[in-house]
Design a protein around this ligand. Structure first.
Ligand code: SAH
Ligand code: SF4
Ligand code: F3S
Length: 482
């Protein structure tokens, strides 16, 4: 594959570039209007998002551009006039799922020859994947990499006017300010503070598909935060692959605002909302950030600090640039500064060369930290990354057996951690109606785990108080308190 790790990263797209795209969007909207395709007859767009919150945030921008072009969102893929698939490349499974969904567009296109199919995101930022779609998926109208989200209007315009199929690979990945949003939830919001990653963990595809780190200006972040709050956001997550690097690229001397300043500035905005952030890298997580979390009343008492492995040997081979002792000292400082903090982590099992002893060290880390919850993954080799070339790849059955042991231990720990909430009353944002029981609502307090309770669906989007009466390793259950 062509790794994009040599790709230059610029700072900001010239505002005219974005204006030109918005003008193209307007031409498309007028064209639809001239054909009577407005209001309830407007053409429909369907968007499917794989991967992380960064992709969710990009999809809301893509959706915003669709709305500017005169499309309305549908949840029914079969009815769509424009299908967008925003892909992920983090593990092989994510790519396989995306390819299978893209494959299913074939029969929809057969029924609706005017259908446009566009594929964006991390998977198609890898040239070999875009080439594959070009060669073997003739019903894909266009692909665009993660640096080309803003180009959607010109891609659609080209496709609608009978132009050739297009496959965009950007030379530079720059920040596009001023793109519209079509938000998927009124009360939950994503707010990217920076894009890209410079860390090159040896297993990870992200730096190859998201370009180098680039930070948004503080004033743009605050303006967007105000807009989100005015639009009803009650739970805002600040996003970046490594938020602790925020601002390093904005000033030549590195003396500008850092992420702790961003946290404090957003927390100081008027409005009743809860602030979260993702993700923090242990090599850069600072006492300033821990202090900001402790000081900001609107910040959720939660820290997601992915450790990946508890073994120093494996951490070194992963190119994580910290030791288990450093990680533990951070955890100690967090617990001291923010009593009752919820700590969560990502863990990779079966990294090349992982021995039974290395894996035991990871289990020991779980016992030491007592995470509220972990996101665990079986290592998946990513072509083009150094770890994929390492010897001693761990056999799948060994990884699977370790994965089961990891989950069993974490379930015990999660259950024990949840006991502290029994008989306590939590402030919970009602996120929606339970998928399994329509009489139940589901929401979240400060900790990330879901809270279930019976209640009126009219409460969705509001903060309520819930007394916790039952726990499982994964959920808290209770009743509303007036
Ligand atoms: N920037 C974030 C995480 C991004 S990816 C961070 O550094 O923490 C989310 C998680 O996916 C990672 O934390 C890691 O646990 C997992 N992951 C990344 N590459 C992987 C791979 N090749 N195989 C399995 N899991 C992987
Ligand atoms: Fe991937 Fe590491 Fe960057 Fe996270 S910090 S996105 S794991 S390279
Ligand atoms: Fe996947 Fe790209 Fe996110 S690879 S995890 S969607 S940054």
């Amino acid at each position: 594959m062509e790794a994009n790790n040599t790709k230059k990263t610029g700072a900001f797209l010239p505002p005219e570039t974005v204006q030109n795209q918005l003008a193209a969007a307007d031409r498309i909207r007028l064209r639809f209007a001239a054909e009577g395709k407005t209001g309830t007859d407007a053409p429909l767009y369907y968007i499917l998002t794989f991967g992380c919150q960064q992709n969710e945030a990009d999809s809301e921008r893509l959706g915003g551009l669709c709305v500017s072009m005169g499309y309305r969102r549908t949840e029914d893929m079969e009815k769509a006039d424009l299908i967008l698939v925003n892909t992920c490349a983090i593990r092989e499974h994510a790519e396989k799922k995306a390819l299978s969904i893209i494959g299913s567009c074939k029969h929809i296109r057969e029924k609706n020859p005017g259908l446009l199919v566009g594929v964006g995101g991390c998977m198609v930022t890898q040239k070999h994947r875009a080439d594959k779609l070009k060669g073997s998926y003739p019903y894909v109208s266009f692909t665009f990499d993660t640096g080309a989200v803003h180009l959607l209007p010109s891609l659609v315009e080209n496709a609608l006017t009978g132009g050739k199929r297009q496959f965009i690979h950007s030379d530079v990945f720059e920040i596009a300010e001023g793109l519209p949003l079509d938000r998927t939830s009124k009360h939950m919001a994503w707010l990217s503070v920076m894009y890209g990653c410079n860390n090159f963990c040896s297993y990870c595809i992200v730096p190859h598909v998201r370009g180098r780190e680039r930070s948004r200006r503080m004033e743009d972040i605050l303006a967007e935060a105000k807009m989100l709050i005015a639009d009803g956001a009650k739970d805002i997550t600040l996003l970046g692959q490594n938020v602790n690097s925020y601002g390093k690229d904005l000033t030549s001397d590195g003396e500008g605002a850092d992420f702790a300043d961003v946290m404090r500035a957003v927390c100081a905005l008027d409005g009743d909302f809860r602030l979260r952030f993702m993700t923090s890298h242990p090599k850069d997580a600072s006492d300033r950030l821990i202090a900001a979390l402790a000081d900001c009343p609107k910040a959720a008492r939660h820290f997601h600090l992915p450790v990946q492995s508890g073994s120093d040997e494996i951490l070194c081979r992963m190119n994580r640039k910290y030791t288990s002792a450093h990680y533990k000292s951070l955890i100690d400082r967090m617990k001291a500064a923010v009593p009752d903090i919820s700590i969560t982590s990502d863990i990779i099992v079966g990294f090349p060369g992982e021995t039974e002893e290395d894996f035991e060290a990871t289990l020991d880390m779980l016992r030491y930290v007592e995470y509220d919850m972990i996101f665990s993954f079986i290592y998946s080799p990513r072509p083009g990354t150094p770890a994929a070339e390492m010897e001693d790849q761990v056999p799948h059955e060994v990884s699977t057996a370790r994965f089961e042991r990891l989950l069993a231990l974490q379930n015990e720990i999660s259950l024990r951690r949840n006991e502290r909430f029994l008989d306590k009353t939590l402030r919970v944002l009602v996120e929606g109606i339970s998928k399994t029981d329509s009489a139940m609502l589901t929401g979240r307090g400060d900790p990330v785990r879901p809270v279930h309770f019976p209640g009126d669906p009219a409460l969705v989007g509001q903060f309520v108080h819930v007394k916790i009466e039952r726990i499982t390793p994964f959920t808290l259950e209770g009743t509303l308190v007036n």
